[in-house]
Design a protein around this ligand. Structure first.
Ligand SMILES: Nc1ncnc2c1ncn2[C@@H]1O[C@H](COP(=O)(O)OP(=O)(O)O)[C@@H](O)[C@H]1O
Ligand SMILES: [Mg+2]
Length: 315
């Protein structure tokens, strides 16, 4: 029996800017079942990181609801939130920006254990060694500094720090985007092994659909703060319905032979500003199928087949 771990309803995050209200996340809803991965994709600036941060309450929300095991996260008191933080962690794109470069690997991994009172002082060294082993960092690196390591090993520190508090849910915000392709696969495999062994639930954010393909159970495609399509992974790849999803899929490089004769259509036009958006489909200016209707209203996200949602007037 699957159990819903996270339920997000009509979540909004607007930023006040000098030019108006920036709709970074605009009425986003989804659920993630325990032990599963929701892939979140879309071009840079479409609101993925903001969605992740508001879901974890690292940023205050404008409107909406986040429920973790049925409990309303956005209404929790400070002390409740302190407990909640251990359940919900984040892994960043560049761990180097989120860690103190003057701390050694051992200190960096010990820090969350100490701050959160995870174990007795006498147990910290053993716990650090165990975490390093779990994420594939050699013991001899314990006194090294982050700048002495390559990007893949630095990301392993970020993962160890997230794991140290025994979370259930982890937002992975472009965790492999800064890494060489060969190292990306190693980190993705590590994250999948950890999920299989420990039952983690992931929100896996990437601007690259091919990166989320392997790890995701469901995929949610965002465009300018809105969800344009959401479906189980296999269904999304087999039957992409939104023109934006289709464009993202066509942008994935395919091996030479199979691409022969295939028309590649890369996205045209500029991404609009998310400030004071008009009541129209936000993709209309780049969409080759756009009609008058698309410029006169915002399409709702509709379920067109079981579990497959799309917001497009032409589907
Ligand atoms: N603190 C902030 N203040 C104002 N605007 C912000 C802030 N953080 C993000 N934004 C804007 O919100 C939109 C979504 O950004 P972000 O969530 O970082 O997108 P993504 O992660 O998909 O690249 C962008 O237009 C970005 O400029
Ligand atoms: Mg981002």
């Amino acid at each position: 029996m699957s159990k819903t771990l996270l339920e997000v309803n009509n979540l909004k995050k607007y930023f006040k800017t000098k030019n108006g209200l920036l709709h970074a996340v605009d009425d986003v809803s989804f659920t993630i079942e325990e032990g599963k991965t929701l892939g979140v994709v879309g071009e840079s600036g479409c609101g993925k990181s903001t969605l992740g941060r508001v879901t974890l309450r690292l940023l205050e929300h404008t409107d909406g609801e986040v429920k973790f095991e049925g409990k309303d996260v956005l209404a929790m008191s400070k002390s409740e939130m302190r407990q909640m933080r251990k359940q919900m962690q984040i892994i960043f794109q560049d761990p180097y920006e989120s860690i103190n470069p003057r701390m050694s690997i051992g200190e960096l991994i010990a820090e969350p254990l100490i701050v959160n009172n995870i174990c007795k002082k006498s147990e910290i060294n053993a716990r650090v060694a165990e975490l390093m082993d779990t994420v594939g960092l050699a013991e001899r690196l314990i006194n090294s500094y982050p700048h002495e390591l390559d990007g893949g090993r630095r990301q392993r520190i970020g993962i160890a720090r997230a794991l140290s508090v025994n979370p259930k849910f982890i937002v992975c915000d472009e965790p492999v985007s800064a890494l060489d392709v060969s190292i990306q696969a190693q980190i993705l495999n590590l994250m999948q092994d950890l999920q299989r062994d420990r039952g983690f639930t992931y929100m896996f954010i990437s601007h690259n659909l091919s990166v989320v393909k392997h790890i995701s159970d469901d995929i949610m495609v965002m465009y300018l703060g809105k969800v344009v399509e959401k479906a189980p992974k296999a269904e999304l790849f087999r039957n992409p319905l939104h023109p934006y999803t289709q464009a993202l899929l066509e942008a994935i490089p395919v091996p030479k032979l199979s691409s022969r004769g295939r028309k590649r259509e890369i996205l045209q036009g500029e991404i609009k500003s998310p400030i004071n958006p008009k009541n129209e489909c936000r993709f209309a200016n780049r969409c080759k199928y756009a009609t008058e209707q698309c410029r006169c209203g915002t399409p709702e996200l509709r379920e067109v087949s079981p579990g497959h949602f799309v917001s497009c007037y032409n589907v």
